[in-house]
Design a protein around this ligand. Structure first.
Ligand SMILES: [Fe+2]
Ligand SMILES: [Fe+2]
Length: 252
């Protein structure tokens, strides 16, 4: 047997193998393929159903933890995040500093996009995801933290993160849209709310730090308007995003 030679052939072979082990056909979206350096959604252009006698997945991905029928925010973290330590540490930091509940919630959710959805432009995606369910100030702050992270503010002791020098190089310069977003945020009435996210957005990860959801359950309850029918089953402007996180490999 000859091994597939190109990256795209190898990706197809992997997908085939995944599907072989299950009784449904799995596909990946264009974005997921782009993240592997490939173009196009898989499952388009040729029909694997005839060849295999299987159907494309239109429900839950059997490889992922099953969400309840009416999933809550916490269910999504439980079943879709690899870990929430960074978020819990940031929120705990804000809690101990006596911040208002809206700031604590903003810290708890500031990287929700990285945790369960997408990294690139995570502040924008995260804000959009939760926007229908929180006070405008909370989603505004989460959106703006994306830009504010790159700019120091001596008045509150926020320095350019050492980690960014390590991650992006000493001469990394933020994109123009980030600089522009920073300038707008700097003069906004809610600037400090977003700035507080960056202040509590700690990179000193202590693997032994004991953090839990317990102190935040009530804060989420009071400040996150959980739809009764479950996130994604509602008709909010971001419900489709929650559904996609629930079923990332749904064929359509
Ligand atoms: Fe962030
Ligand atoms: Fe963060």
């Amino acid at each position: 047997m000859t091994l597939p030679s190109t990256l795209s052939e190898r990706a197809d072979a992997l997908e085939q193998q995944m599907s072989d082990e299950l009784d449904v056909l799995l596909t990946k979206s264009a974005l997921a393929n782009m993240e592997d350096g490939q173009l196009g959604a898989s499952g388009m252009g040729f029909d694997r159903t005839t060849k295999t006698g299987k159907h494309y997945l239109m429900g839950d991905d059997p490889r992922l933890p099953k969400l309840p029928d009416k999933p809550t925010l916490l269910d999504f973290f439980r079943c879709r995040a690899k870990g929430t330590n960074h978020l819990l540490q940031s929120a705990t930091h804000a809690l101990k500093a006596g911040m208002p509940e809206t700031t604590i919630l903003a810290c708890l959710l500031h990287d929700v996009a990285n945790a369960i959805f997408i990294k690139s432009d995570h502040g924008y995606w995260g804000a959009q995801l939760i926007e229908p369910y929180v006070d405008e100030e909370v989603s505004w702050a989460i959106r703006a933290h994306q830009a504010l992270r790159f700019f120091p503010d001596e008045s509150v002791g926020y320095k350019y993160p050492e980690a960014y020098i390590k991650h992006f190089g000493a001469d990394y310069e933020p994109d123009e849209y980030i600089k522009a977003a920073y300038k707008r945020a700097r003069n906004h009435k809610w600037y400090m709310s977003s700035r507080m996210i960056t202040v509590h957005d700690i990179y000193s990860f202590d693997p032994n730090a004991v953090v839990s959801w317990e102190p935040f359950v009530d804060i989420v309850g009071r400040n996150f308007r959980q739809p009764e029918e479950g996130l994604g089953n509602d008709d909010s402007p971001s419900a489709h995003m929650w559904r996609t996180i629930r079923r990332p490999t749904k064929y359509l």
